[in-house]
Design a protein around this ligand. Structure first.
Ligand code: NAD
Length: 298
């Protein structure tokens, strides 16, 4: 059996991604603050650690899938953090934390002679389940050679750059487009429904036409029309990504007129529907103001 791989953060994405590593034959040592997130992995044979530092006593390579930048920083550099483990050599971060925090965490690890692989992912819970994510790795060539095979089971691995943060920038560009597509599609669908169009017919036409996007081609049919709102990505996490995009674009002196308008609707869904609610609930903000619902007629 290979040396164990560490995996920290077993939520909507991490549960599936760590499962693929087990299926690929890796042994895992896992940690999450929620016992109920750890249980499915230990049932499949993973070992459980009591802290990030304990993971770092057992594994040379540790993968992270954590919700927010400050949590990644704490897990890596904080009290009982990875940095205090004797065995760890490389941290692979699949979380979305923005280029600034990626640089900060990489510098903290480098001060101890440890490597950081900036490697956010896209493709949602469905992609994590299928092992078909886009994996945006940014790290030196020699580190990429080390982690490429490890990441193959979770999706298509792209080497987008050699310094920490470029994977994050790639991911933020991608998610800005996804966030904008869901926000503007919500407005367009509500407009059509209020005028009397059947939303199922609208989706058929849009998806055969030039308005097709990742919201009309998936999320509306699977989670909005049936009113299940269960895609598996939280409003608060998408708002985090949009805010990180704005911060990154502003630092680069790139205009953000449209991105700023998109951010307003993501902020509204966090305050009206809650940061933990599924991100497809954004449509409810537009529905409330318009007085109609986008739902299946049958
Ligand atoms: P999630 O909230 O479902 O999972 C995060 C996990 O981290 C949870 O199990 C939580 O208990 C755990 N956690 C929180 N604080 C911790 C700590 N201090 N130590 C150990 N574990 C801790 O989030 P998710 O949807 O799986 O997203 C994870 C990351 O991937 C985020 O950065 C997100 O932006 C990104 N992402 C999510 C999706 C998606 O569709 N859900 C897609 C692409 C990227």
């Amino acid at each position: 059996m290979n040396d164990p791989i560490g995996f920290i953060g077993l939520g909507n994405m991490g549960e599936h991604m760590s499962g693929h590593l087990l299926e690929a034959g890796h042994s895992l040592v896992v940690y999450d603050i929620r016992d109920e997130a750890v249980a499915p992995l230990t049932a499949k044979g993973a070992a459980k650690a009591a802290s990030p530092g304990e993971v770092a006593q057992a594994a040379e390579t540790i993968i992270l899938s954590l919700p927010r930048p400050e949590i990644v920083k704490d897990v890596v550099l904080g009290q009982n953090g990875i940095i205090f483990g004797d065995k760890v050599k490389t941290v692979v971060d699949l979380s979305t934390i923005g280029p600034q925090m990626a640089g900060e965490v990489a510098a903290g690890l480098a001060a101890k002679g440890l490597s950081f692989v900036d490697s956010p992912v896209s493709g949602g819970v469905a992609g994590a389940r299928k092992g078909s994510l886009a994996v945006m790795v940014s790290c030196p060539d020699e580190d990429f050679a080390e982690v490429r095979d490890l990441l193959n089971p979770i999706g298509t691995v792209f080497h987008v750059g050699t310094k920490p943060g470029l994977g994050q920038t790639m991911k933020l560009a991608n998610n800005m487009l996804s966030a904008a597509a869901l926000a503007i599609s919500s407005e367009a669908m509500v407009m059509g429904v209020k005028a009397g169009l059947d939303p199922s017919v609208m989706l058929d036409v849009i998806n055969a036409g030039s308005g097709r996007n990742t919201a009309t081609d998936g999320k509306f049919a699977t989670a909005i029309l049936p009113r299940t709102f269960d895609v598996g990505f939280a409003n608060g996490l998408m708002h985090k990504d949009v805010a990180l995009y704005l911060k990154t674009a502003s630092a680069l002196e790139v205009p953000t007129e449209l991105a700023s308008a998109v951010e307003l609707l993501w902020r509204a869904t966090c305050s009206e529907n809650g940061p933990e609610a599924d991100f497809t609930t954004i449509v409810k903000c537009v529905e409330r103001r318009a007085g109609v619902e986008v739902k299946s007629r049958d």
